[in-house]
Design a protein around this ligand. Sequence first.
Ligand code: EPU
Length: 337
Amino acid sequence: MHIQDNISLKPFNTFGIDVKAKQFVSAQSVDDLKSIFSSEEFPQKFILGGGSNMLLTKDINALVIHLNLKGKTIISKTETKVIIESQAGENWHRFVLWTLDNNFGGLENLSLIPGNVGTSPIQNIGAYGVELKDTFHSCKALNLDTLEIETFNTTECQFDYRNSIFKQHAKGKYIIISVQFKLSTKNHNLHTNYGAITSELEEMGIVKPTIQDVSKAVISIRNRKLPNPKQIGNSGSFFKNPVISREAFSKLQQQFPNAPSYIVSETEIKVPAGWLIEHAGFKGKTFGNYGVHKNQALVLVNYGGAKGNDILELSRLIQQTVARIFNIQIETEVNIV
Ligand code: EPU
C-alpha cells in the first residue's frame, strides 16, 4: 500500500471540490483495510467510496481511504434467477451495464446513477420507480471494531427512502466491501410505469421493451435532466423529497393547487423538493461559479472552482426560502463534510 501526503480530492468527488487530504491511500483488498484499521499509525481515518454523495467543505485532516476493491462474480444461477456479487469499488453504472450485457434484469432503471457499488446500499439508491432494495440480496461489511466480516440481508439493512442501517446506528461502524444482487435471467419484470419512461419508450418507437431498452430510456432521460458530473460538478439530488402530513398538504394545495405529490401512506404525502425549489425561484439561478441546475432544481452544481462552503450556504438559503414560502423543511440528501 502506498500512502500519499497532501493529495487533492478533486478527482475523487463528483462535485469536483478542490480540498486536500492530509494522507491518502487506495485500498484494493480486505487485507489492506484490516492492516490500516489494526495499525496505530493513523488515528484519524476517512472512508471515501465513489464520492458521489458528499459536499466537501474543508480539508480532510485524516488518512483518506479510497475503497478500490474490484471484481464481479456470478455466485449461483437457476433457470430464472441469478445471484451476482460485486466488490465495493466497482463503478455503479459500469456494473449495471455489465448485468445488462449478460441479460440479467432488475437494475435497468438504476442506470447512470453516479457512485460505486459499495455505497449504493447506504442510501438505498433509487430512480424511476425502483430502489436498490428491490433486487438487493445481501452485503458483506467489515466491522471496524472486531475486523470481522459480517453479512447483512435485506431485513437487517432496514432499507427505507434514501436510508438504511448504515446511515443510522451502524453509521461509521462498518465498511461495505461487497454487495450481492438477485436478478432475473428471463421473464424480466419491467418497471415502465413511471411517466417519463413510458413517454420516452413511446418516442423511441418501442412497443415491447427489453431491459436494455428500459436502460437506454433511463439514460436518455437522465442525460436530459441531470448534469454529467464529468462536465459539471454535482451530487445528484442535493435534497430529499419531503414527506408531510395530509393536513399540511391540504393547506399547501389551498395556496398552490398545482403542487405535485406522491402518496406515501394513508397519512403522509411526498412533495417533490425540485418543484418547491423551482417555485421558490431558484431553478437555473447562478451565483458566479455555482448554482442550481437549469433542468432540475433539486441539483446544485459547481461550474468549476466553487468552494464547498459557497454551495453549503446556497443550500441553506434554499432551505430557508422554501420554509418561508411553503412552511416545509427540506433536508439535504448529500453528506456535508
Ligand atoms: N419538478 C419541478 N421542477 C424541477 C424538478 C422537478 O417542478 O426542477 C417536479 C417534476 O415536474 C415532477 C416532480 O417534481 O412533477 C418529480 O420530478 P422527477 O421525476 O424529476 O423526480 P424527483 O423527485 O425530482 C427523484 C429522485 C432522483 C431520481 C428521480 C427519478 C429524490 C431526492 N430524487 O427526483 O434521484 O432520479 O426521482 O426517479 O428522491 C438522486 O438521488 O441523486 C436522484 C437524481
